[in-house]
Each structure stands twice: as structure tokens, then as C-alpha cells.
Write a protein that binds this ligand. Structure first.
Ligand code: SAH
Length: 346
């Protein structure tokens, strides 16, 4: 049954305090409820045991807690876990837990589907249905943290916004979610352990710089040549590399934070010396790191991972230009949990 009651987690702490004052209760009651909602991630008013029965009923009559529900949990042979997450309106997003030697990373979604059209990405084939709310983003992190403790005996250490969606097209909610995740009233995680990955929305990169955000930025570049980038990421026609670069220069000037570029090398698309030279040129204005990501095939073989020789050429040319480079192997491929594979298959 659909309900008209308001989602209580859409309220700020102040609004919650005000609610109780208007009801003739103490403002402090708002703090207690807020702690249940965020720090303890309670799903039900009944669990709020230090709140009187009467007050719990009052909450029940006025609000709902729109919690996410992990509908399906898949475990990969390499320890990766993929959650299919059901939202209150029955839409589904996916998030992934990636355990490594010294860290456990949550890869979370920011939108249902995606508004961009990268031709190599499975999520791009889903229509963008809606933005996720801050609490829907936060809940994905809480769910992964719990699974990490349960299945791997350790808490979550890192978060990457590399699941479904373009986080900078839902910037306000992503920002609010990160505020909660990093706040002591939420999960108390360090913003330095959070990476927001964008395909490059210049205006929003500048906004992030102006907001002096403390989390890290990764840019999905894939080519530093406009013609090629537009052919694989068509929105590059609207936000060409010169605009992206200008925004990144602005970001660096303000934050002094190194920029990470994500980059897949494809056979016959961006695997020549000219491509590497363009990348080196693009990276020059700020300390940069290039993550060469393994390609995860999503379909008919239109895109294919380049040869090892091409990858080695990238590595040696970047290194000799003092650009840090890492070659990243994919995780969770057997359960379609790797980069670009999140498409609600099941
Ligand atoms: N929209 C954001 C975040 C989601 S994609 C962004 O574009 O950055 C996370 C990363 O996976 C991006 O770097 C993206 O380019 C990459 N990716 C997409 N499809 C892929 C695929 N099939 N194989 C490997 N990486 C892929």
C-alpha cells in the first residue's frame, strides 16, 4: 500500500528537533531519534527502545523509514559480493563489496540507470530512472559494511562512487550522503577514503572545487583526443576535453589534490603511440595518476581489450614522463560485478 507519510530521514536534525518541540516534547528527543536513524541505521520505530511507546506511535503515524532492502546477494569466487538493492519504489540498483589485502572497498550507485551514454558500459543501456536520495546512498554503504564484518571479519575502509550512474549529475544528494558517511553521527569515515568517479562534467567539477570537498576525484578519461573520446563517450561532444581540462586545472588550483584518471585501452581504438602522447600532454598540468582498467566485455565484442604489448607501451611511456600508472585487474567478473557490468541482469 502506498503511503503519504513523509520519509523521516529526509529531515535534518534541526527539523527533527523542531518536530518534537512543536509536539510539546523536548528538542533533545530529536537527537535521540536522529541517532537511531543514522548512527544505528534502525529500520523500525519499534527498535527505538529509549523512546517511549507513545512517542514511537506518534512517529509511526507521521513518518515512514524508507529503507533499502538487499534483495539478492551474490558472492564471487574471489570474495567480491554484489548486492541487488531494492528501493522503496521497487526500483533496483546494485552495489559491490571488493575485499583486498589491506582494504575493503564499497562500490556504490548514485542513480537508477544512467543519463550518460558511454558505449562500452552496460549501465548506459538502462534508461536513467531517477536520482538516488542521500539515505539510499548511505544505506548501500551501511549494508556493505555489515557484509564486510560478517563475511570478511573486518569493517569497510574505502568507498568508490563507481557503481551505477554519474555521481556529478546527482551532486547534491551524493554530497549529502558523503556528509553523513563522514560525520561522527553517521559512520565517521575519513573523506580521504572516498573517491567520486566522474565521466567529466566540467561545471560540477568546478562546483566541487568551490565547495572545498575533502574526498578524492577520479575522471574516466579513456582518451585525450576529442574525436576518439566522442566516438566512445558521445556526451564528450557537449563537454569537450578543453572544458574538462579547464575545470580540472581549476580543481587542482583550489584543492592541490592529485587527479586520478581511469582509462581502458581498447584494441584499434586508443592503442597507439599517438594516444599515449595525447594522454601525457593532457596530464601535464597537475600531478596525475593513471589507472589502466581491464576491460570487462559487456556484449557482442564491439570493444576488445588491447594487447599486453599496447598496455606495456602505455605503462613505460607514462612512467618515463613521471606519471604514476597502475594496471588494475577486475574483480567479481563471474557475478557481473566488475566495472561497467552493473545492469540489473537478475
Ligand atoms: N559515471 C561514473 C562512475 C561509474 S563507471 C564514471 O563514468 O566515472 C566506473 C568506471 O568503470 C568508469 O571509469 C567507467 O568508464 C568504467 N567502465 C565502464 N564500463 C566499463 C567496462 N565495460 N569495462 C571496464 N570499465 C568500464
Amino acid at each position: 500500500m502506498k503511503t503519504k507519510k513523509k520519509d523521516i530521514r529526509a529531515l535534518t536534525k534541526e527539523q527533527l528537533r523542531d518536530f518534537f518541540v512543536k509536539q510539546g516534547d523536548k528538542a533533545f528527543r530529536g537527537n535521540q531519534v536522529y541517532e537511531w536513524l543514522w548512527n544505528k541505521s534502525t529500520h523500525s520505530f519499534d527498535d527505538m527502545t529509549n523512546i517511549s511507546l507513545e512517542t514511537r506511535e506518534l512517529l509511526q503515524n507521521n513518518f515512514v523509514i524508507n529503507h533499502i532492502k538487499v534483495d539478492q546477494l551474490q558472492r564471487s569466487s574471489d570474495g567480491t559480493i554484489k548486492n541487488a538493492v531494492r528501493l522503496h519504489d521497487d526500483l533496483i540498483v546494485e552495489s559491490v563489496l571488493i575485499p583486498a589485502k589491506n582494504r575493503t572497498t564499497a562500490c556504490v550507485s548514485s542513480q537508477v540507470g544512467c543519463s550518460l551514454d558511454c558505449r562500452f558500459c552496460a549501465t548506459a543501456r538502462l534508461k536513467r530512472m531517477r536520482n538516488l536520495n542521500p539515505d539510499e546512498i548511505y544505506d548501500q554503504v551501511v549494508a556493505i559494511d555489515r557484509e564486510s564484518r560478517l563475511y570478511h571479519d573486518r569493517p569497510l575502509t574505502n568507498i568508490v562512487f563507481m557503481g551505477m550512474g554519474e555521481p556529478l549529475m546527482n551532486y547534491n544528494n551524493v554530497r549529502k550522503a558523503i556528509d553523513k558517511i563522514t560525520s561522527p553521527e553517521g559512520l565517521g569515515m575519513s573523506p580521504k577514503r572516498i573517491v567520486v568517479s566522474t565521466s567529466g562534467v566540467p561545471k560540477m567539477i568546478k562546483k566541487m572545487a568551490d565547495d572545498e570537498v575533502k574526498f578524492k576525484l577520479a575522471v574516466s578519461l579513456h582518451s585525450a583526443i576529442d574525436e576518439i573520446r566522442t566516438s566512445i563517450m558521445p556526451f564528450n561532444a557537449t563537454f569537450p576535453l578543453s572544458d574538462l581540462r579547464e575545470a580540472l586545472e581549476y580543481w587542482y588550483a583550489k584543492t592541490k589534490n592529485r587527479i586520478t584518471y581511469e582509462y581502458v585501452v581498447w584494441d584499434g581504438i586508443n592503442d597507439t603511440k599517438k594516444d599515449v602522447e595525447a594522454l601525457i600532454e593532457f596530464c601535464k598540468f597537475a600531478p596525475s595518476k593513471v589507472n589502466l582498467i581491464e576491460y570487462n566485455p559487456i556484449d557482442d565484442g564491439e570493444f576488445q581489450q588491447a594487447s599486453n604489448k599496447a598496455i606495456e607501451m602505455y605503462v613505460s611511456m607514462l612512467e618515463s614522463n613521471n606519471i604514476t600508472v597502475t594496471v588494475r585487474r577486475s574483480r567479481g567478473k563471474d557475478i557481473d560485478a566488475a566495472c561497467g557490468q552493473l545492469a540489473n541482469k537478475s
